[in-house]
Design a protein around this ligand. Structure first.
Ligand code: CA
Length: 381
């Protein structure tokens, strides 16, 4: 069962599974279904046929499923007035062209992670994840209730896009290594697949971040092209098979403490929609945000139990390493905010909210984990 899932996933990562298959596999049964029983004004209302371009491999577990679920919910809520066909990365346009494709109207909606667009808009990464930044709960509080969404909308409006939070991975894992990490010296010369700001931080620590597409990571690690890789969490990592070829699994993902996923819609199109459809799109995105976060927690916890039973050596980064990486992160963020005024504005809001959230969690979440919650059976090396 496990082996077949692995090879199934590898096929997906390499893009060998066709879109119609992906849609059937995800239960996209409502496509093309005739609407019935709607009020006359709905039946005569304008109907929209949209394309969603995504940065994910077709049928990517949880995150790709989230896109198809979004399409189904929107179609059902709107009585078929909006139908969305979901394309995996590379099926309509290359994964990292999703942003430009939607802003220019080549597709109506996209799905990704805002840090993918940091090259166009450096401030975008604060809306996805930053090393040592806020976790899923804190980040969503800043966005929904702390002023973050208005800044995200302002940033994306410059690109003719409307952003919506579309999920969160929760705290990711630190990655798979074939050597022990006992001090920062062990990171010197380490070739690791770690994208984004986390890669910049590794570089400051003397390591060598390597960019590899999802389908290339397994063979890269197996053949020693890279010494280490991060990916997501236990569920996605074991689907990739990393537990068969790496010695140590390090926790936690200091570089991605709660990555927010996103939907982005062409702004001119969104602004032209009637208010009920706009509200449906926002409501569907919010429900997918919640579903994705829940699904991540459930599937990761289950996969961790399997890894423990398999005897995988799960470690924690030493405090000294974490403290030095925190220092390098502060340098990397200072570089960004010094060079880009909008990044400075966003980070000021982000950091002020974070400080309040940290203080509050100190007397609630932290005490809960340390003192109140049932004692864990898993002990880390
Ligand atoms: Ca990751």
């Amino acid at each position: 069962m496990k082996i077949s899932r692995k090879s199934f996933f590898k096929g997906l990562a390499l893009g060998t599974i066709s879109l119609p298959f992906a849609i059937r596999a995800l239960g996209g049964k409502n496509y093309g279904q005739e609407e019935k029983g709607n009020a006359p004004n709905v039946i005569t209302a304008k109907r929209y046929r949209w394309k969603m371009v995504t940065t994910w491999p077709p049928n990517f577990p949880i995150i790709g499923e989230a896109c198809t679920r979004f399409a189904e919910i929107v179609e059902q809520m709107s009585g078929g007035r909006i139908q969305i066909r979901v394309y995996g990365g590379g099926e309509l346009v290359p994964a990292l062209e999703a942003f430009d494709t939607v802003r220019s109207g080549g597709a109506e909606i996209g799905s990704g992670g805002a840090y993918y667009w940091a090259g166009k808009a450096p401030a975008a990464q604060f809306f996805a994840s930053v090393p040592f930044g806020m976790n899923a709960q804190q980040l969503s509080s800043w966005l929904f209730s702390g002023g973050g969404m208005a800044l995200w909308e302002e940033l994306y409006s410059n690109f003719n896009l409307v952003p919506m939070p579309g999920g969160n991975t929760g705290v990711q894992m630190g990655g798979w290594f074939n050597r022990e990490i006992n001090s920062v010296a062990d990171l010197k010369g380490l070739k690791m697949r770690i994208p984004g700001l986390g890669g910049n931080v590794l570089e400051k620590a003397g390591g060598a971040p390597v960019l590899l597409a999802g389908g290339e990571i397994y063979t890269g690690l197996e053949r020693g092209v890279i010494d280490a890789t991060e990916w997501l969490g236990p569920y996605h990592d074991t689907l990739m098979g990393f537990d068969d070829i790496a010695k140590y699994y390090y926790a936690p993902g200091w570089h991605e403490p709660g990555t927010m996923l996103e939907f982005f819609i062409n702004k001119a199109l969104f602004d032209s929609l009637p208010g009920d459809l706009q509200a449906m799109l926002r409501t569907a995105a919010f429900s997918i945000y919640a579903w994705t976060l829940a699904e991540m927690e459930a599937k990761n916890a289950e996969a961790l139990s399997r890894l423990v039973r398999k005897g995988i050596d799960i470690r924690r980064f030493p405090d000294e390493v974490i403290e030095q990486m925190r220092g390098f992160t502060e340098e990397a963020i200072a570089d960004i905010t010094a060079a880009d005024p909008f990044s400075r504005k966003v980070y000021e809001s982000y950091d002020a909210f974070r400080m309040k959230a940290v203080n509050y969690s100190q007397i609630t979440e932290k005490v809960f984990y340390d003192q109140i919650q049932r004692k864990p059976t898993l002990e880390l090396g």
